[in-house]
Write a protein that binds this ligand. Structure first.
Ligand code: NAD
Length: 479
């Protein structure tokens, strides 16, 4: 299936077999740059989901007995094969979801790290010995995999999310049913090909492509699904949370954000500016941890706005394969409408558009807004596009209060030389992640990644997933 002009035909991967959707229906995947046809994929049904869960459940019986060495070897082999298929994966990230090549390469490199970090988990599925009040009793906890893990991933960082969540689930002995975003099925199918080639046992990893809104509930509400990990919008996350609550299915939810950055008067703008641009405009703001709110202490405010406008005016909007290109197309007509509505609403209510605001094809220019007030949609809602607001503040305390004035709580950042204020912010930011003198966009395989409030429930990352995707069992031996 190599060659970008080929018509790709994507199938489910269930029980180690490549299969069409029951009933044979397919759906089209479009290249977001120009809406040209990119692929068509099996349009999964409830029946396909049931088959995939059944295959994962059956495989679990033997997969949970595999040794750490075996699982480690499979995962490291996945990473090796990924390296040989770098071009396929990077091309897919460019043409399927419109990633500029530098973002695609970032994602590819990060994905490799995710897999290798997961391989390191295999030997660390540990319990502990526990003192007992009963004489002659040896007491311990053992950590066991849960069973079938449902992984649901979004379009924007499909390789990072797939590598992290699938590999972490497999590393600790679970089997997986994966429902990728309907806008990024090819990336997951490529990953499944790699998993198959690496020799991961049949049925341990299953992929069903299709419309999440149609078949998602069949997966998350299935009685044989033992854990759900979802990354996507807050609305869908809330819905999944309710389904999981009904079945008492444990879950992690990684949802939307409205992440703030505070810049205090003592910050060094030479250092701040490139990081500010990166924290908002990487992948054109289609990042959950993008900084869509900047609070700048008044002495730096005018200079910050001026420099930010200059920088964003120079962000590349050319060929996605040009390493200087930063600005990506917005993924879908629905998403383009949302971005346009947010900008127009702000404009109509009196915001100043300091930079951007116009469209070139499906790409929105990087857009900076000032004079944003609370009644504007962009002030509180996630835009998920290249639009950010800059607000002046008179003090650190005002910045902190405004940063926390949100229903979301994903990432946050502060730039200052004042260690007391920096640490005060780290302790008092309501976000799940806080970066001092660094951008809100930051992720590593082993850190506790996740948010509070409307941004989600639970954390992911090697240690956090080890906790979440396994259960402790108490065992005693009477000697
Ligand atoms: P989305 O919620 O529209 O879709 C995400 C996934 O959910 C897709 O695979 C979709 O098919 C599926 N889905 C839809 N309805 C479902 C249902 N009823 N049951 C199960 N699955 C269902 O989100 P999106 O537009 O793909 O991604 C953008 C959103 O994701 C943004 O809000 C962004 O902030 C968030 N996000 C969060 C993180 C994080 O780690 N916190 C990372 C990336 C993206």
């Amino acid at each position: 299936m190599d060659g970008r002009t080929d018509i790709r035909s994507l199938r489910h991967y269930i029980g180690g077999q490549w299969v069409d959707a029951s009933g044979g229906a397919t759906f089209d995947v479009l290249n977001p740059l120009d809406d040209s046809h990119y692929a068509h994929a099996a349009k999964g049904t409830a029946d396909d989901v049931r088959k995939a869960v059944s295959a994962a459940k059956e495989a679990f019986t033997s997969y949970k007995e595999t040794t750490p060495t075996e699982r480690e070897r499979w995962l490291l082999r996945v990473a090796e094969i990924m390296e040989t298929r770098q071009k396929d994966l990077v091309d897919c990230l460019i043409d399927e979801i419109g990633s500029p090549v530098q973002k695609a390469m970032f994602e590819f490199t990060k994905g490799l790290t995710m897999i290798r970090a997961a391989a390191g988990m295999c030997r660390n599925v540990r319990g502990e010995t526990i003192p007992s009040d009963r004489p002659g009793t040896f007491s311990m906890s053992i950590r066991e995999p849960l069973g079938v893990v449902a992984v649901i991933t979004p379009f924007n960082v499909p390789l990072i999310k797939t590598t992290r969540l699938v590999a972490n689930a497999l590393a600790v002995g679970n089997t997986v049913v994966h429902l990728p975003s309907e806008m990024a099925p090819h990336l997951t199918v490529l990953f499944a090909e790699i998993v198959a080639e690496a020799g991961v046992p049949e049925g341990a990893y299953n992929v069903v492509t299709g419309m999440g809104a149609e078949i998602g509930d069949d997966l998350t509400g299935h009685k044989d699904v033992d854990f759900v990990t979802f990354t996507g919008s807050t609305v869908v996350g809330q819905h999944i949370n309710e389904i999981c609550a009904k079945n008492k299915t444990p879950n992690t939810l990684e949802l939307g954000g409205k992440s703030p950055t505070i810049i205090l008067a003592d910050a060094d703008l030479d250092k701040v500016m490139p990081l500010a641009a990166r924290s908002m405009f990487m992948f054109a703001g289609q990042a959950c941890i993008a900084s869509s709110r900047f609070y700048v202490e008044r002495p730096l405010y005018d200079e910050f706005v001026k420099r930010f406008a200059m920088i964003v005016g120079k962000l590349g909007m050319g060929d996605l394969r040009d390493p200087n290109t930063v600005i990506a197309p917005a993924i879908s007509p629905r998403q383009r409408d949302r971005i346009k509505t947010h900008i127009e609403d702000a404009r109509a209510k009196g915001a100043t558009i300091v930079a951007g605001g116009e469209w070139v094809g499906n790409r929105c220019q990087p857009t900076l807004l000032t004079d944003v007030s609370d009644d504007m949609t962009v002030c509180r809602a996630e835009t998920f596009g290249p639009v950010t607001s800059i607000y002046p503040v008179d003090s650190y305390e005002e910045g902190l209060a405004k940063a926390n004035d949100t229903e979301y709580g994903l990432s946050s950042a502060i730039f200052t030389k004042d260690i007391d204020k920096a640490f005060h912010f780290a302790r008092n930011s309501n976000a799940g992640m806080c970066h001092i003198n660094g951008p809100t966009i930051h992720d590593e395989a082993h850190v506790p990644f996740g948010g509070n409030g409307e941004s989600g429930v639970g954390r992911e990352g090697t240690d956090a997933d080890m906790e979440a995707m396994t259960e402790l069992k108490w065992v005693t031996v009477q000697l």
